[in-house]
Design a protein around this ligand. Structure first.
Ligand code: MN
Length: 255
């Protein structure tokens, strides 16, 4: 049975909240998030705010759970429900990267080995090119010493944003990963394929040397995806993942 989004969104804010809810269910179905992990989007009409669920497992999230935040992680409504401790990841990236429209943080399992070893995670298959040429690793030890490894303050969020820099994805040592996108759908695609690439790279590195995508190939694939017509690229993946997650796939909102 299809769940969740029943009506066509009537404005940009409703549409982006629908996409956040759907992305949470997709990422749960695809094994990228479990009890933990979160999806946000920049507010469509106020770029100084972002939208993120209250502290809840992604598969349980509905429209009414989405909270509006200032970039420093303060909820716009002072009586908002308890938020995720790690919401500073999102605010710091929106602050540092004006073009970023969506941020996804997860602890997906296959990426973790690349956060604790010297083996860099790099694209090895065409569908995974959007993870980017370089996937840096942020280590909380470098600036903060012994911590819980969680990004629990704006200072930690900004430090992480510096390491992610202009890349599309970054790992957190002994913890997880974060990806950015120019839409919720693009970020969802990259989050799924970061995990896919990590799993395939773990297999391929048993038989070295591994032939990775070249920088030119990565740029060509990202360019093609960014130009994708409706029903190609991100939209085709989104429709497929919606069906698997039992969510109604809504068309892109055009305001
Ligand atoms: Mn985390």
């Amino acid at each position: 049975m299809l769940r969740g989004i029943q009506a066509m969104p009537t404005n940009a804010l409703e549409a982006i909240i629908d996409d956040i809810v759907t992305a949470n269910h997709i990422l749960a179905q695809e094994g990228v998030v479990d009890a933990f992990g979160h999806v946000s989007a920049r507010h469509p009409t106020n770029p100084g705010h972002f939208l993120l669920s209250r502290a809840l497992a992604p598969e349980l999230i509905t429209h009414d759970d989405i909270i509006e935040y200032e970039l420093d992680g303060a909820p716009v409504q002072p009586d908002a429900a308890k938020g995720y401790l790690e919401r500073y990841i999102h605010g710091a990236l929106y602050e540092a990267r004006p073009e970023v429209q969506s941020v996804i943080h997860s602890h997906s399992r296959s990426v973790i080995p690349f956060s604790v070893t010297s083996e860099p995670l790099r694209p090895i298959v065409h569908s995974c090119a959007t993870i980017g040429r370089h996937v840096p690793v942020w280590d909380a030890q470098d600036s903060f010493g012994d911590t819980t490894l969680l990004i629990s303050s704006m200072a930690m969020g900004r430090d992480f944003a510096k390491v992610l820099a202009q890349n599309n994805s970054a790992l957190m040592r002994g913890h997880g990963s974060t990806v950015i996108g120019r839409s919720v759908r693009e970020a969802t695609y990259t989050a799924v394929y970061l995990e896919v690439n990590a799993g395939l790279q773990l297999q391929a590195t048993r038989f070295p040397p591994v032939k990775y995508l070249t920088d030119g190939e990565i740029d060509a694939i990202c360019g093609r995806l960014a130009d994708a017509k409706p029903a190609e690229g991100y939209d085709r993946a989104w429709a497929y993942w919606c069906r698997r997650a039992g969510m109604e796939p809504t068309p892109r909102f055009v305001g």
